[in-house]
Design a protein around this ligand. Structure first.
Ligand SMILES: [Zn+2]
Ligand SMILES: [Zn+2]
Length: 308
């Protein structure tokens, strides 16, 4: 009996590992971090190709304002599959006007917002205030360690972000990227983009998610996957603690939801892998039932006010 059961388990696992199979996740999945793809050479919508390849049901398409009309058209064509989020250059004087116009056209959020400015600087403050006024969440890329020479930093000063959460209580902030995720550990000193090893309790990110109603987290990208892969015990507690605040996102660059077509800039540990598959695997390992559904589906629907 034992060997028979073992055989079944092993063959089941092997079957799942085959990249040709689309994983069957235990809950419905919305990807809140899918950079909008428009590949007119393909006979199928390129966003759907990625989603269908990794078992994602719905996605928030992150779109630059100049492509807003095309994104809105994609949403109109596939209303059960897509909603969209808008980004505009917040260092330009017309940013508020552009972002407001996109929300009037149906964008449900600002993001991703990624510019070489301080997290408490005037450009981002204007965006925070406007997001609060319009009632849309704002997704921010926090990064303080360059990935390549001369890259520069993005939304700097995450360690002091509590001041912004207090200053803009009506605004819903969604944290993302290297500095947001590296700061799960209290000993992070900006020495690496993707720190490894055991997480030291009391990190800024853990604290902000716990202390502030308006702080949320996007588990996407290598940064989110790395933070949730370095210390199993931490991951389990962190996901359960913040099950009402965290949302699944991929920020994956692969073409098909199977890890193919990744560019040279992809992090070494993610080469040949689809981030969506990897991170959904982690979420399934540590969460189940209602908690899992909140992180892969429910929280995003509530925060982005998406009709189910
Ligand atoms: Zn980003
Ligand atoms: Zn992928």
């Amino acid at each position: 009996m034992n060997s028979r059961r073992e055989f079944l388990t092993l063959s089941g696992a092997a079957c799942f590992a085959q990249s040709n199979d689309v994983p069957k996740w235990k809950s419905k999945v919305i990807d809140i971090h899918l950079h909008w793809r428009q590949d007119l050479r393909m006979d199928k919508d390129a966003n759907l190709v990625h989603m269908d390849g990794c078992g994602v049901d719905k996605a928030v398409l992150l779109t630059q304002a100049r492509a807003g009309d095309a994104a809105a058209a994609a949403v109109a064509k596939y209303p059960a599959k897509f909603v969209w989020s808008v980004a505009a250059d917040i260092t330009k004087p017309d940013a508020e006007q552009v972002l407001t116009a996109a929300v009037r056209k149906g964008a449900l959020a600002f993001g991703e917002i990624k510019y070489h400015v301080a997290a408490d600087g005037p450009e981002l403050r204007r965006a925070y205030a406007l997001a609060g006024e319009l009632g849309v969440p704002i997704l921010i890329h926090f990064q303080e360690v360059d990935h390549f020479e001369g890259e520069g930093k993005w939304s700097t000063g995450f360690k002091n972000f509590a001041a912004m959460l207090k200053a803009y209580p009506k605004t819903k902030f969604v944290g993302h990227a290297d500095a947001f995720w590296a700061n799960v550990s209290a000993d992070y000193r900006e020495e690496a983009a993707y720190p490894v090893g055991p997480v030291k309790k009391g990190g800024v990110t853990d604290k902000l998610l716990g202390d502030f109603e308006n702080m949320f987290g996007d588990v996407s990208a290598n940064s989110g996957n790395n933070a949730l892969s370095r210390d199993e015990e931490f991951t389990s507690g962190f996901l359960k603690r913040h099950q009402n605040k965290l949302m699944f996102g991929s920020d994956c660059g692969c073409s098909n939801g199977r890890g193919d077509g990744l560019g040279p800039s992809v992090a070494k540990r993610m080469q040949g892998k689809c981030v969506a598959r990897e991170t959904l695997g982690i979420l399934h390992k540590h969460l189940d039932g209602g908690a899992l559904t909140k992180v892969t589906w429910g929280n995003a629907h509530r925060l982005y006010k998406i009709k189910a």
